[in-house]
Design a protein around this ligand. Structure first.
Ligand code: GAL
Length: 415
């Protein structure tokens, strides 16, 4: 019987309500980590909390990128029944903080000096009016390509560093009879690839178009070229890509049915769960043309005010999330890198070590950018406008010129 089960039995024997014990000792967590690799990482957190007597009431809402989870969250809060803690990204955290819905974590954050170890890029979302309102568990980055080692060897063996080399490798893979690009036709996945293609046109262009939302950049010839490249990538996916979940695309590469996947480093969690090793079974590279730069997103757990003052279990969960030992153990499995800058890379594989080094380099060089696709470049209304245009274009519903024009117009319409 779980600890919380024993606690409840004793409480009931003493005439206390199970709810009061549940409230003190349990956290109900809304999240979208339902793939094999994600669930393995989540278990690290569940077990860590259990050792501290905090029970876990799971509330998974499947759907990569978290769109469905955020819709469910809105319904729960509207019904006056907010979960204890919620996995959230970037501007979604800020939006809920602006509504005054989030609990205050300063008691833990100040005691454990989070201000000195959490990168400012994450603090921008984890703090509101100077108060800590969420606990960052990791830093993912989205401008990665995960390549089957055997498929790459059969296509010449050199990992591409430019767009032209990428096209040549995909052409060779196509000639070898495998699907060059494993992809899931869902708006957030199309947008994840779009992030990388925009970044490959240069740091300044990503800043101007995705962060500054400059209409001139959004409708520029450079953006037309971005959409031309998206159309070229569309020619390398298989006929059944529409609606495919991202982890099933990862499985195509893992099983040698496809040559590569352009996806955030949560994909590495699937390769690891399948028992594969970087450098032997797969190769991790930055999207060609983006080495030295990073588009990031951080998974954070925001704590919703439970109305009866601070919830001890929430503070314990926040402390657990930010524990350096946990940060290493969790991120090694998740495919991301720690949200703290003081965690050693000892236990990380070569791709994890590269991820940590790339993040530090980009942070120092001013080439660390929030991912548009994963809610770290602009609020949800803008992100969804980008989703709509990018996925319509990827599905062949508009030309590259129309897409660039529509991108500028639809973003302007929601600002
Ligand atoms: C991202 C999230 C990752 C992973 C991915 C696929 O937004 O940060 O942890 O869940 O979506 O669903």
């Amino acid at each position: 019987m779980k600890k919380t089960g024993i606690a409840k039995s004793i409480a009931l024997a003493l005439g206390l309500s199970a709810a009061s014990v549940a409230q003190a000792a349990d956290v109900e967590v809304l999240h979208w980590w339902t793939s094999g690799g994600e669930a393995a990482a989540l278990d690290v957190l569940k077990q860590d909390l259990e050792t501290q007597g905090v029970g876990w009431k799971d509330m998974p809402v499947a759907g990569g990128g978290g769109e469905a989870a955020m819709t469910t969250l809105r319904a729960r809060v509207t019904a006056g029944n907010a979960p204890t803690a919620v996995q959230m990204l970037g501007f979604d955290i800020s939006d809920w903080a602006n509504e005054g819905a989030l609990g205050n974590l300063n008691a833990v954050a100040s005691e454990e000096n989070w201000d000195s170890v959490v990168p400012t890029a994450l603090q921008a979302f984890a703090k509101h009016d100077g108060n800590w309102i969420s606990a960052p568990v990791n830093v993912h980055s989205t401008n990665w390509v995960w390549i089957s080692k055997s498929a790459l060897d059969a296509a010449g063996g050199k990992a591409p560093t430019t767009w032209e080399e990428l096209v040549a490798v995909m052409d060779a893979m196509q000639a070898n009879g495998i699907t060059p690009l494993a992809h899931g036709g869902q708006a957030w996945q199309d947008a994840t690839v779009f992030d990388a293609v925009v970044l490959s046109m240069g740091n300044d262009f990503y800043q101007q178009s995705m962060i500054d939302l400059d209409p001139a950049a959004l409708s520029s010839d450079t953006m037309v070229e971005v959409f031309n490249r998206m159309a070229k990538l569309r020619s390398y996916v298989d006929d059944n890509f529409s609606g495919r979940d991202w982890n099933l695309a990862s499985a195509m590469v893992i099983e040698g049915k496809a040559g590569m996947q352009m996806m955030g480093d949560w994909a590495k969690g699937e390769f690891l769960k399948a028992g594969q090793t970087p450098g032997e079974d797969f190769v991790c590279i930055r999207f060609p043309g983006t080495q030295g730069s990073v588009t990031f997103n951080s998974d954070q757990f925001a704590m919703f005010g439970q109305g009866d003052g601070e919830n001890d279990a929430q503070l314990k969960m926040a402390a657990s999330i930010m524990n350096p030992v946990f940060q290493s153990a969790f991120n090694v499995v998740k495919g991301s890198v720690p949200a703290r800058t003081d965690v050693p890379n000892t236990d990380f594989d070569d791709c994890g070590k590269k991820g940590m080094a790339d993040l530090a380099e980009a942070n120092d060089a001013g080439s660390l950018f929030g991912s548009m696709a994963h809610g770290h470049a602009a609020p949800a209304a803008v992100k969804n406008a980008v989703y709509d245009v990018v996925t319509q274009h990827f599905n062949g519903d508009m030309s590259s010129e129309e897409a660039a024009e529509e991108l500028a117009n639809s973003i302007e319409a929601v600002m």
